[in-house]
Design a protein around this ligand. Structure first.
Ligand SMILES: Cc1cc2nc3c(=O)[nH]c(=O)nc-3n(C[C@H](O)[C@H](O)[C@H](O)COP(=O)(O)OP(=O)(O)OC[C@H]3O[C@@H](n4cnc5c(N)ncnc54)[C@H](O)[C@@H]3O)c2cc1C
Length: 234
Protein backbone atom coordinates (compact mmCIF):
# COMPACT_ATOMS: atom_id res chain seq x y z
CA UNK A 1 0.00 0.00 0.00
CA UNK A 2 1.47 3.35 -1.05
CA UNK A 3 0.57 6.91 -0.10
CA UNK A 4 0.54 8.10 -3.72
CA UNK A 5 0.04 6.44 -7.09
CA UNK A 6 1.45 8.28 -10.09
CA UNK A 7 0.22 7.57 -13.60
CA UNK A 8 2.96 7.74 -16.20
CA UNK A 9 6.68 7.03 -15.98
CA UNK A 10 7.68 9.93 -18.22
CA UNK A 11 9.96 12.69 -16.95
CA UNK A 12 7.11 14.38 -15.05
CA UNK A 13 5.96 11.26 -13.20
CA UNK A 14 9.50 10.13 -12.43
CA UNK A 15 10.56 13.52 -11.11
CA UNK A 16 7.38 13.84 -9.03
CA UNK A 17 8.00 10.38 -7.58
CA UNK A 18 11.58 11.26 -6.65
CA UNK A 19 10.44 14.47 -4.95
CA UNK A 20 7.74 12.64 -3.01
CA UNK A 21 10.13 9.90 -1.97
CA UNK A 22 12.63 12.50 -0.75
CA UNK A 23 9.83 14.00 1.36
CA UNK A 24 9.17 10.58 2.87
CA UNK A 25 5.99 9.90 0.90
CA UNK A 26 5.89 6.38 -0.51
CA UNK A 27 4.70 6.07 -4.08
CA UNK A 28 4.35 3.74 -6.99
CA UNK A 29 4.26 4.61 -10.69
CA UNK A 30 1.97 2.85 -13.16
CA UNK A 31 2.79 2.99 -16.86
CA UNK A 32 0.88 1.44 -19.72
CA UNK A 33 4.06 0.72 -21.68
CA UNK A 34 5.48 -2.73 -21.14
CA UNK A 35 9.06 -1.53 -21.50
CA UNK A 36 11.11 1.59 -21.13
CA UNK A 37 10.59 4.26 -23.74
CA UNK A 38 12.97 4.39 -26.68
CA UNK A 39 11.55 7.57 -28.17
CA UNK A 40 13.35 10.86 -28.41
CA UNK A 41 11.01 13.78 -28.12
CA UNK A 42 12.54 16.10 -25.53
CA UNK A 43 16.12 16.13 -26.75
CA UNK A 44 17.13 19.64 -25.66
CA UNK A 45 17.54 20.61 -22.00
CA UNK A 46 17.96 24.28 -21.15
CA UNK A 47 19.88 25.83 -18.28
CA UNK A 48 16.94 26.05 -15.86
CA UNK A 49 16.00 22.38 -16.25
CA UNK A 50 19.63 21.43 -15.70
CA UNK A 51 19.80 23.65 -12.60
CA UNK A 52 16.74 21.94 -11.15
CA UNK A 53 18.18 18.50 -11.84
CA UNK A 54 21.49 19.69 -10.39
CA UNK A 55 19.68 20.62 -7.17
CA UNK A 56 19.00 16.87 -6.86
CA UNK A 57 22.53 15.84 -7.82
CA UNK A 58 21.75 14.77 -11.39
CA UNK A 59 22.96 17.72 -13.48
CA UNK A 60 26.60 16.78 -14.01
CA UNK A 61 25.78 13.16 -14.85
CA UNK A 62 23.39 14.31 -17.57
CA UNK A 63 25.91 16.72 -19.01
CA UNK A 64 28.54 13.98 -19.09
CA UNK A 65 26.23 11.82 -21.21
CA UNK A 66 24.96 14.60 -23.51
CA UNK A 67 26.17 17.00 -26.12
CA UNK A 68 26.39 20.62 -24.87
CA UNK A 69 25.77 23.39 -27.40
CA UNK A 70 27.15 26.79 -26.38
CA UNK A 71 25.92 28.64 -29.44
CA UNK A 72 23.05 28.04 -31.85
CA UNK A 73 22.16 29.79 -35.12
CA UNK A 74 18.35 29.53 -35.33
CA UNK A 75 18.08 31.59 -38.54
CA UNK A 76 20.28 33.29 -41.11
CA UNK A 77 22.52 35.94 -39.49
CA UNK A 78 21.10 35.28 -36.00
CA UNK A 79 22.97 33.77 -33.13
CA UNK A 80 22.02 32.69 -29.57
CA UNK A 81 24.99 32.52 -27.26
CA UNK A 82 24.13 30.33 -24.23
CA UNK A 83 27.72 30.69 -23.04
CA UNK A 84 26.90 34.19 -21.76
CA UNK A 85 24.26 32.94 -19.30
CA UNK A 86 25.10 33.37 -15.63
CA UNK A 87 24.58 29.73 -14.61
CA UNK A 88 26.50 26.54 -13.92
CA UNK A 89 25.05 25.27 -17.20
CA UNK A 90 25.56 27.93 -19.90
CA UNK A 91 24.40 25.64 -22.69
CA UNK A 92 21.62 23.85 -24.49
CA UNK A 93 22.25 20.20 -23.66
CA UNK A 94 21.32 17.70 -26.34
CA UNK A 95 20.34 14.45 -24.66
CA UNK A 96 17.65 11.98 -25.70
CA UNK A 97 14.52 11.91 -23.55
CA UNK A 98 15.00 8.23 -22.76
CA UNK A 99 18.47 9.12 -21.45
CA UNK A 100 16.93 11.61 -19.03
CA UNK A 101 14.26 9.07 -18.11
CA UNK A 102 16.89 6.38 -17.43
CA UNK A 103 18.69 8.64 -14.99
CA UNK A 104 15.43 9.56 -13.25
CA UNK A 105 14.39 5.90 -13.11
CA UNK A 106 17.71 4.99 -11.52
CA UNK A 107 17.26 7.72 -8.92
CA UNK A 108 13.65 6.70 -8.28
CA UNK A 109 14.71 3.08 -7.71
CA UNK A 110 17.41 4.21 -5.25
CA UNK A 111 14.72 6.12 -3.36
CA UNK A 112 12.46 3.06 -3.17
CA UNK A 113 9.91 4.05 -5.81
CA UNK A 114 8.22 1.08 -7.50
CA UNK A 115 7.51 1.27 -11.22
CA UNK A 116 4.90 -1.14 -12.54
CA UNK A 117 4.81 -1.51 -16.30
CA UNK A 118 2.09 -2.87 -18.53
CA UNK A 119 -0.35 -1.18 -16.13
CA UNK A 120 -2.79 1.04 -17.98
CA UNK A 121 -4.96 3.19 -15.71
CA UNK A 122 -8.55 3.23 -16.95
CA UNK A 123 -10.28 5.12 -14.12
CA UNK A 124 -10.34 6.13 -10.48
CA UNK A 125 -12.89 5.22 -7.86
CA UNK A 126 -13.64 4.91 -4.19
CA UNK A 127 -12.83 1.57 -2.61
CA UNK A 128 -13.82 0.74 0.92
CA UNK A 129 -14.69 -2.14 3.22
CA UNK A 130 -16.53 -2.29 6.50
CA UNK A 131 -14.50 -3.31 9.55
CA UNK A 132 -15.60 -6.77 10.73
CA UNK A 133 -18.40 -6.62 13.33
CA UNK A 134 -18.94 -2.87 12.87
CA UNK A 135 -21.50 -2.49 10.09
CA UNK A 136 -22.20 1.16 10.98
CA UNK A 137 -18.59 2.25 11.20
CA UNK A 138 -16.69 3.16 8.11
CA UNK A 139 -12.97 3.33 7.47
CA UNK A 140 -13.39 6.40 5.28
CA UNK A 141 -15.15 8.43 7.96
CA UNK A 142 -13.12 11.53 8.72
CA UNK A 143 -10.74 11.02 5.81
CA UNK A 144 -10.45 13.31 2.83
CA UNK A 145 -12.57 12.11 -0.03
CA UNK A 146 -10.84 10.56 -2.99
CA UNK A 147 -10.84 12.51 -6.23
CA UNK A 148 -12.76 10.14 -8.43
CA UNK A 149 -14.46 10.62 -11.76
CA UNK A 150 -18.23 10.78 -11.91
CA UNK A 151 -20.63 11.08 -14.78
CA UNK A 152 -21.37 14.66 -13.69
CA UNK A 153 -17.72 15.71 -13.81
CA UNK A 154 -14.80 15.07 -11.55
CA UNK A 155 -15.70 14.73 -7.91
CA UNK A 156 -13.57 17.61 -6.69
CA UNK A 157 -15.44 19.99 -8.98
CA UNK A 158 -18.67 18.99 -7.30
CA UNK A 159 -17.06 19.31 -3.87
CA UNK A 160 -15.87 22.82 -4.60
CA UNK A 161 -19.44 24.10 -4.62
CA UNK A 162 -19.38 24.02 -0.80
CA UNK A 163 -22.42 21.80 -0.45
CA UNK A 164 -22.90 18.27 0.75
CA UNK A 165 -22.39 15.73 -2.00
CA UNK A 166 -24.05 12.33 -2.11
CA UNK A 167 -22.00 9.94 -4.19
CA UNK A 168 -24.57 7.40 -5.18
CA UNK A 169 -26.00 5.72 -8.23
CA UNK A 170 -29.52 6.58 -6.98
CA UNK A 171 -29.17 10.37 -6.75
CA UNK A 172 -30.32 12.64 -3.92
CA UNK A 173 -33.71 12.20 -2.20
CA UNK A 174 -35.94 15.05 -3.40
CA UNK A 175 -36.43 16.41 0.13
CA UNK A 176 -32.74 17.31 0.42
CA UNK A 177 -32.09 18.49 -3.12
CA UNK A 178 -31.73 22.16 -2.04
CA UNK A 179 -28.82 21.32 0.18
CA UNK A 180 -27.23 18.21 -1.26
CA UNK A 181 -25.75 17.69 -4.70
CA UNK A 182 -25.54 14.39 -6.47
CA UNK A 183 -22.50 12.82 -8.02
CA UNK A 184 -22.76 9.37 -9.48
CA UNK A 185 -19.90 6.91 -9.35
CA UNK A 186 -18.84 5.61 -12.74
CA UNK A 187 -19.22 2.12 -11.39
CA UNK A 188 -22.97 2.18 -10.80
CA UNK A 189 -23.01 -1.40 -9.61
CA UNK A 190 -21.93 -0.53 -6.08
CA UNK A 191 -24.72 -0.66 -3.52
CA UNK A 192 -22.94 1.77 -1.19
CA UNK A 193 -23.55 5.50 -1.02
CA UNK A 194 -21.16 8.05 0.41
CA UNK A 195 -22.03 11.46 1.82
CA UNK A 196 -19.19 13.96 1.59
CA UNK A 197 -19.17 17.11 3.70
CA UNK A 198 -18.46 20.54 2.19
CA UNK A 199 -14.95 20.47 3.67
CA UNK A 200 -14.17 17.35 1.66
CA UNK A 201 -14.39 14.81 4.44
CA UNK A 202 -16.42 11.65 4.08
CA UNK A 203 -19.15 11.99 6.63
CA UNK A 204 -20.96 8.77 6.12
CA UNK A 205 -21.09 5.74 3.93
CA UNK A 206 -23.44 2.80 3.86
CA UNK A 207 -26.36 1.27 1.98
CA UNK A 208 -29.37 3.25 0.78
CA UNK A 209 -31.50 2.30 3.79
CA UNK A 210 -29.26 4.52 5.91
CA UNK A 211 -29.24 7.55 3.61
CA UNK A 212 -32.15 9.33 5.32
CA UNK A 213 -30.60 9.01 8.77
CA UNK A 214 -27.28 10.26 7.52
CA UNK A 215 -28.89 13.22 5.75
CA UNK A 216 -30.83 14.16 8.89
CA UNK A 217 -27.66 13.91 10.94
CA UNK A 218 -25.46 16.02 8.66
CA UNK A 219 -27.92 18.26 6.79
CA UNK A 220 -30.80 18.70 9.26
CA UNK A 221 -34.48 17.82 8.76
CA UNK A 222 -35.94 17.33 5.30
CA UNK A 223 -37.27 20.38 3.40
CA UNK A 224 -40.30 18.49 2.10
CA UNK A 225 -41.28 15.55 4.34
CA UNK A 226 -43.44 14.17 1.55
CA UNK A 227 -40.36 13.66 -0.55
CA UNK A 228 -38.62 11.50 2.02
CA UNK A 229 -37.53 8.16 0.79
CA UNK A 230 -37.73 9.19 -2.84
CA UNK A 231 -34.37 8.39 -4.34
CA UNK A 232 -35.13 9.80 -7.77
CA UNK A 233 -32.02 10.47 -9.79
CA UNK A 234 -30.92 14.12 -9.60
C1 LIG B 1 7.82 15.78 -31.25
C2 LIG B 1 8.10 16.30 -29.88
C3 LIG B 1 9.31 16.97 -29.64
C4 LIG B 1 9.60 17.47 -28.38
N1 LIG B 1 10.79 18.10 -28.13
C5 LIG B 1 11.11 18.58 -26.91
C6 LIG B 1 12.38 19.17 -26.62
O1 LIG B 1 13.24 19.27 -27.45
N2 LIG B 1 12.63 19.62 -25.36
C7 LIG B 1 11.70 19.50 -24.37
O2 LIG B 1 11.97 19.90 -23.24
N3 LIG B 1 10.47 18.91 -24.61
C8 LIG B 1 10.16 18.47 -25.83
N4 LIG B 1 8.96 17.88 -26.07
C9 LIG B 1 8.00 17.78 -24.97
C10 LIG B 1 8.34 16.61 -24.06
O3 LIG B 1 8.39 15.40 -24.81
C11 LIG B 1 7.27 16.54 -22.99
O4 LIG B 1 7.23 17.78 -22.33
C12 LIG B 1 7.57 15.45 -22.00
O5 LIG B 1 7.63 14.19 -22.62
C13 LIG B 1 6.46 15.46 -20.98
O6 LIG B 1 6.74 14.49 -20.04
P1 LIG B 1 5.58 13.76 -19.28
O7 LIG B 1 6.23 12.85 -18.28
O8 LIG B 1 4.63 14.78 -18.76
O9 LIG B 1 4.76 12.96 -20.41
P2 LIG B 1 5.23 11.75 -21.34
O10 LIG B 1 6.68 11.81 -21.67
O11 LIG B 1 4.27 11.75 -22.48
O12 LIG B 1 4.98 10.46 -20.45
C14 LIG B 1 3.68 10.06 -20.10
C15 LIG B 1 3.76 8.60 -19.67
O13 LIG B 1 2.47 8.24 -19.18
C16 LIG B 1 2.14 6.95 -19.67
N5 LIG B 1 0.66 6.88 -19.72
C17 LIG B 1 -0.17 7.66 -20.42
N6 LIG B 1 -1.46 7.31 -20.19
C18 LIG B 1 -1.41 6.29 -19.30
C19 LIG B 1 -2.43 5.50 -18.65
N7 LIG B 1 -3.74 5.69 -18.88
N8 LIG B 1 -2.05 4.52 -17.78
C20 LIG B 1 -0.72 4.32 -17.53
N9 LIG B 1 0.27 5.04 -18.13
C21 LIG B 1 -0.07 6.01 -18.98
C22 LIG B 1 2.80 6.88 -21.05
O14 LIG B 1 3.07 5.53 -21.44
C23 LIG B 1 4.10 7.65 -20.80
O15 LIG B 1 5.16 6.81 -20.41
C24 LIG B 1 8.64 17.34 -27.33
C25 LIG B 1 7.44 16.66 -27.57
C26 LIG B 1 7.17 16.14 -28.83
C27 LIG B 1 5.87 15.42 -29.06
Amino acid sequence: MHDVVIVGAGPTGLMAACELALAGVSCTILDKRDSESNVTRAFGLHARALELLDARGMGDELVAGGNPLRTVYPAYASRVDFGRLDTRYPMLLLVPQNGTEKLLQQRAAELGVQIRRNARVVGLGLEFAYPPGEPDAHPLAGRRAADGPTDTGRLYEVLRAGTFVLLSDKGVPTSWRNRVRAARPLDGTRPEATLIRPDGYVAWAGDHAGIEAALVKWCGPADHPNGEGNHAAA
